[in-house]
Write a protein that binds this ligand. Structure first.
Ligand SMILES: *[C@@H]1O[C@H](CO)[C@@H](O)[C@H](O)[C@H]1NC(C)=O
Ligand SMILES: *[C@@H]1O[C@H](CO)[C@@H](O)[C@H](O)[C@H]1NC(C)=O
Ligand SMILES: *[C@@H]1O[C@H](CO)[C@@H](O)[C@H](O)[C@H]1NC(C)=O
Ligand SMILES: *[C@@H]1O[C@H](CO)[C@@H](O)[C@H](O)[C@H]1NC(C)=O
Ligand SMILES: *[C@@H]1O[C@H](CO)[C@@H](O)[C@H](O)[C@H]1NC(C)=O
Ligand SMILES: *[C@@H]1O[C@H](CO)[C@@H](O)[C@H](O)[C@H]1NC(C)=O
Ligand SMILES: *[C@@H]1O[C@H](CO)[C@@H](O)[C@H](O)[C@H]1NC(C)=O
Ligand SMILES: *[C@@H]1O[C@H](CO)[C@@H](O)[C@H](O)[C@H]1NC(C)=O
Ligand SMILES: *[C@@H]1O[C@H](CO)[C@@H](O)[C@H](O)[C@H]1NC(C)=O
Ligand SMILES: *[C@@H]1O[C@H](CO)[C@@H](O)[C@H](O)[C@H]1NC(C)=O
Length: 790
């Protein structure tokens, strides 16, 4: 719907202006003229009186724009600074003496309406609805037709490269869809913030120009055309106006990209009420992709599109149906396998499809498909068609309900995982999340609870491990004899005395580096036979003795080839020291960012996968899930065989609570922290996925995420630049002068772009990341990482 408003005062001035208009053609707006929202004059009119420019009411305030004056209501066709908040009633629009068109907001400053560089001598609002500024030679220096918002009027051109963006439901600010006149000659509708790939498009004009300049043009008699450069060269007629009765000056046409994502052509006659919808680009608004948000689909109710949630999900906001739906059951207790049938079930739906690509596709029967999805924690839904089972994780995007056709071959069945109702204590997630505390009051009970939980799980684990150990000790004995690391070593962290470590490090003489928790020193044990790194912790929780012991044991239990091994620790009085294996080749940061001898492409892919596997182990494979909270190249170390190993894991919980809020900033790792850190919301494993995404981009490009010393401003932030290159199909720019093969480069970049999505739910799990990097699963096209909302 084109937004319409009616205000009494406007109506009054419109009538008087229409009467007075005939005498004064053309109306020149001279320097020094001004307009006010509630006092005379509120607007400037075009000679015919059909268009007005000035303040119009928006919510409780006013916006600045151009509108079509109807007999009963008005239609806004252009808005200046559409995303700025409405202004108060004491604002003024001025064409200043020095030739600028602007508005002053109360006493709160100025905003330009036109960004002309040359000073204007006068302005004029044309009968077409075009607001034009002229210089002293009466040449056009700025016109509103060059900067359309959601509408083009009769006589207006949408030039190649230009776009219309729909308005939001509540006003004229940027909405959810855009119409692009692409350089390739095609006119295309896409949801906003999606990357504008062919898979995102929901309508196009099917015109392709091979590099010649195609424009969209609406002529004043209502013909909507795609033209090649000039009006005489018509490539395609989108709408041919056969209503000859309307072919006169009193009918005004406009094409608007409405808030529902449909481009429509409207006609207005001055003496008739309302407007006439002459033509829509799509007849069925349900065909607009992402009209309904994630996990929901569109259906027509009385001709109006309505969004419904898929089974197993509930509306994110019941008052805003188009916002989408989220899963209404918890899957954090999911262990996989047959046991899943106790907590989940599969519901089927016919003729539902969605847009994203599945992560696995296998030929099987529908029952096997249903079972396979049920038992797979990564599967949120599966599409079954022609004996093919295509599994897919949530959320589902671009869900459509197809019109039923008799064609049996084309039929699809959607299998959707749903939770089995009721509150189940066994579905409550184990406690991997680190909560960012809102206030100190909440802290104490939380600490008691977590330490209780940690202690409990430790005791049960130790009992369990001892049991296993007893059963298997014979097998491990042989391993031990061969000098391999056995289970005993995993279980037994060595307790060091302070003096022992003082001697080992030669009085803390050789500092290897300073981390976020304190300094790290080089040392030797067993009379110089074994090199170690000793980390002296500072800034710890005072009374966290028990918690410290528990954490040490949790860290000690981890054993993975991509994690730095903790060998032992020292906890005497207030001193806390950790003893790690020594990593001979420094950090990944050294390796990537130093100017010479960076690793080659295949080496970097290997490192990326190594790091991902290390994080996957922390998140999903070790006994107590661990969120690292500080994944960055400085925390990834290289051993003697250039295997990448993650350091500093499991320590985040030991920090002082007030530092949990700020430590990410104090540590200067701003570029790596996920956006939710700044939002005071609980942090989940997805925060690590975000940091990993940034590190992955750094591995791909061998440069830091933030690089101030670059000649081009668009390259300063790596993640933004990479997305631009990705959309433009110019990834090769990222690895200039290297032999990176195109396919693996694209793969790495796509995985990284998924990881750095602002919305944590959109980021893949580390398991999916590893599977994507190893080529086990396909990767769908990532959306723009910083989409405001979907
Ligand atoms: C303009 O209006 C705002 C609020 O409506 C008020 O705070 C401000 O003082 C007003 N300024 C003038 C100059 O009247
Ligand atoms: C005016 O603003 C538009 C975008 O709103 C921009 O494309 C154009 O370059 C600007 N012109 C000048 C002269 O700054
Ligand atoms: C568009 O016009 C240009 C030159 O005016 C011409 O070279 C080109 O072939 C035209 N393209 C089409 C598709 O007609
Ligand atoms: C608009 O375009 C149609 C189709 O090309 C043409 O017949 C008509 O004369 C045009 N109208 C004007 C006012 O140029
Ligand atoms: C349309 O307007 C033009 C000038 O504004 C005038 O010359 C012409 O007669 C008008 N035509 C009709 C049908 O009103
Ligand atoms: C509106 O004006 C046109 C001529 O300008 C006339 O043909 C038509 O009948 C009028 N419609 C109404 C509802 O008055
Ligand atoms: C214009 O106003 C009339 C009466 O107030 C209303 O019936 C009509 O729907 C409005 N037109 C539009 C396009 O909203
Ligand atoms: C989730 O939603 C479905 C309907 O989509 C409903 O049947 C089910 O009871 C809901 N489950 C929970 C736990 O709310
Ligand atoms: C799962 O759903 C099927 C039908 O879709 C139903 O027959 C079955 O009873 C359900 N199982 C449970 C445990 O609710
Ligand atoms: C489930 O939990 C919610 C909130 O914790 C509670 O309000 C509700 O009564 C519980 N329902 C059942 C069936 O236990």
């Amino acid at each position: 719907m084109a937004p319409v408003l009616s205000t009494i005062f406007l109506f009054f001035y419109v009538l008087s202006a229409v009467e007075g208009a005939e005498q004064e053609l053309p109306s020149r707006i001279i320097l020094g003229s001004s307009l006010f929202p509630t006092s005379h004059p509120p607007s400037w009119f075009s000679p015919s009186g059909r268009f007005a420019f000035g303040f119009y009411q928006q919510g409780t305030g006013f916006a600045v724009g151009i509108w079509l004056v109807g007999k009963h209501n008005t239609t806004v066709v252009w808005t200046a600074n559409r995303n700025d908040p409405p202004v108060s009633a004491n604002s003024t629009i001025v064409l200043t003496e020095d030739g600028k068109l602007l508005y002053r907001i109360g006493q709160g400053g100025e905003k330009l309406i036109a960004n002309n560089t040359e000073a204007a001598s006068f302005a004029s609002l044309h009968d077409s609805g075009n607001l034009v500024l002229y210089n002293k030679n009466s040449e056009v220096i700025w016109e509103s037709f060059k900067y359309p918002t959601d509408t083009i009027l009769g006589g207006q051109t949408l030039f190649s490269g230009g776009q219309l963006i729909s308005s939001s439901d509540t006003g004229h600010s940027t909405g959810r869809f855009h119409l692009k006149m692409q350089d390739d000659g095609n006119l295309v509708l896409y949801p906003l913030n999606t990357g504008d790939t062919p898979g995102d498009a929901y309508w196009d004009s099917q015109t392709f120009g091979d590099g010649s300049k195609f424009h969209l043009y609406l002529n004043s008699s209502g013909h909507l055309l795609i033209i090649n450069g000039t009006i005489s060269k018509i490539i395609k007629t989108l709408y041919y106006n056969s209503l000859s009765a309307y072919n006169d000056n009193s009918t005004i046409y406009h094409a608007t990209l409405d808030t529902d994502g449909v481009l429509r052509l409207y006609s207005h006659r001055y003496n008739e009420t309302g407007e006439l919808k002459a033509w829509p680009a799509l007849k069925n608004p349900c065909e607009v992709k992402s009209f309904c948000g994630f996990n929901s689909y569109c259906t027509l109710n009385d001709g109006q599109p309505v969004c419904l949630c898929l089974p197993g999900s509930a509306p994110i906001d019941p008052n805003q149906g188009t916002l989408g739906c989220s899963r209404n059951y918890s899957e954090s207790g999911c262990k996989g396998g047959k046991e899943n049938a106790l907590h989940f079930n599969i519901t089927t739906m016919e003729n539902i499809e969605w847009g994203d690509r599945h992560y696995v596709q296998q030929s099987m029967s529908i029952d096997e498909c249903s079972k396979s999805c049920l038992e797979d924690c990564n599967c949120g839904a599966a599409l079954f068609s022609k004996n093919m089972c295509m599994k897919q994780g949530l959320p589902l995007r671009y869900v459509v309900r197809k019109i039923q056709s008799g064609d049996q071959d084309a039929s699809t069945t959607a299998l959707l995982k749903v939770g089995i109702g009721g509150n189940r204590t066994d579905l409550i997630p184990s406690k991997p999340t680190i909560i960012v505390f809102a206030s100190e009051k909440e802290l104490l009970p939380a600490i008691l609870m977590t330490s209780g939980l940690v202690l409990f799980s430790c005791i049960s684990l130790i009992i369990f491990c001892l049991f296993i150990y007893k059963i298997r000790s014979i097998r491990y004995k042989r391993l031990l004899e061969n000098g391999e690391d056995g289970l005993t070593e995993e279980l037994k962290l060595r307790l060091f005395s302070y003096n022992e470590l003082k001697v080992a490090t030669n009085g803390f003489k050789e500092e290897l580096g300073k981390g976020s928790f304190g300094a790290v020193y080089k040392g030797t044990l067993y009379r110089g036979k074994k090199l170690v790194a000793v980390k002296r912790l500072e800034k710890l929780l005072e009374e966290g003795e028990r918690e410290f012991q528990a954490e040490m044991r949790a860290i000690g239990r981890t054993h993975h080839k991509n994690l730095v091994r903790l060998l032992g620790y020292c906890a005497v009085d207030s001193k806390r020291l950790l003893v790690y294996e020594y990593m001979g080749n420094g950090s990944l940061a050294n390796l990537l960012f130093k100017s010479s001898g960076r690793p080659d492409w295949n080496e970097r892919i290997r490192i990326a996968i190594d790091v991902a596997k290390g994080i996957l182990y922390l998140h999903e494979e070790c006994e107590t899930p661990i969120i690292h909270c500080d994944i960055k190249p400085q925390n990834i170390l290289m051993d003697d065989f250039w295997t990448a190993k993650i350091a500093d894991f499991g320590l985040a919980k030991l920090l002082m609570p007030d530092q949990t809020r700020t430590f990410t900033i104090l540590r200067g790792t701003r570029g790596y922290v996920a956006p939710e850190w700044h939002k005071n919301t609980p942090i989940s494993v997805k925060a690590d996925v975000y940091s990993y995404g940034i590190v992955l981009l750094e591995i791909v490009c061998c440069r830091r995420n933030m690089e101030l010393n670059t000649s081009k401003p668009e390259e300063i932030i790596l993640s933004t630049w990479v997305h631009q290159c990705f959309v433009a199909g110019e990834l090769q720019k990222l690895v200039i002068g290297e032999e990176a093969d195109k396919k693996s480069l694209e793969k790495m970049v796509m995985v990284a772009l998924w990881c750095i999505q602002d919305e944590p739910a959109l980021r893949p799990s580390m398991k999916s990341v590893v599977m994507m990097l190893e080529g086990i699963t396909d990767i769908s096209i990532p959306p723009c990482p910083t989409a405001e909302s979907m």
